[in-house]
Structures are given as C-alpha cells and as structure tokens.
Design a protein around this ligand. Structure first.
Ligand code: ZN
Length: 145
C-alpha cells in the first residue's frame, strides 16, 4: 500500500545495483559494471564486474553518443538537397525568378517562385513533372508537357 511514495524510478534509468556497460581503466576495455553510487540522475561510481575495481563511471562510446542525441544535440546534418538549394539560391537575382505557372514548362537549373512552396530550384524535369528543391524540401510539381 505504501508503493505510491516508493515509486521506482523509470525502469530504463540507471540506479544503484544495476548493471551497466562502461569503460574500465584497469581492463582497458568496455566491461559490465555495477552502479555503486548515483548523484541525482548521474552515475557517479561503478564497480567493474571483471576486475572489481571501483571507479568513476566512464560511459561507453555508444552510450555517449546516445546521451548526446538524447540531450538534443543532434548532429548538424543538412541533406544534400538542402545544401544544393542553398547554394543555388545564394546569389540569385530576384528579378530572374520566374513565377511558376503550370502552363509554362520549367527548365532544369531555373529558379522559380511557387505560389505555395516559395522560391524553388528546378532540379530535374521529366515528362509531366519536375523535381524542385524548396526551403521546405524536395517537391514534385506537375508541369505542362
Ligand atoms: Zn575492470
């Protein structure tokens, strides 16, 4: 009945007594460790299950990467499309941008102003559709034949 105020922590979080993969300075490799001390939500001390050394917790390479992505430090990856789009519109002359019109067939490499998507770079043109890069991503638009 007292369980309400002895609520266990999230089952996926670390806690004392739990096993965790960590780097061991003595073993010089990643081994299984048992958590021996916690400071708030952070693992402060662990004991190596292989050599029994008690030391500061050193996360594995994988755990480090996971923590970094969980903290919201997303790798700054820009898609190839976005890179190309930015490059293509970088020094464009606004007067050279043609208003997209379904009756006018766009040309590859042309910059167009699309009603809905805004400024776009015509990446490729096929029979009745064109691949256009916009600030919001790559879109396929219908074009006249
Ligand atoms: Zn060890």
């Amino acid at each position: 009945m007292n369980d309400t105020f002895r609520r266990p922590k999230r089952s996926d979080g670390p806690s004392i007594g739990k096993d965790i993969d960590a780097r061991c300075g003595r073993c010089k490799r990643e081994t299984l460790h048992t958590i021996t001390a916690m400071v708030n939500e952070t693992i402060a001390q662990v004991r190596c299950n292989s050599c029994s050394a008690i030391h500061k917790y050193r996360p594995t390479v994988a755990a480090k990467a996971k923590a970094a992505s969980a903290a919201g430090t997303k790798p700054n990856r820009v898609s190839a499309d976005m890179k190309e789009y930015r490059k293509q519109i970088a020094d464009h002359d606004p007067d050279d941008v043609r208003k997209h019109n379904v009756f006018v067939r766009p040309v590859e490499g042309e910059l167009i102003q699309h009603k809905k998507h805004g400024l776009g770079y015509v990446k490729s043109v096929a029979a009745d559709k064109a691949q256009v890069l916009f600030a919001g991503g790559r879109k396929t638009i219908i074009v006249s034949r």
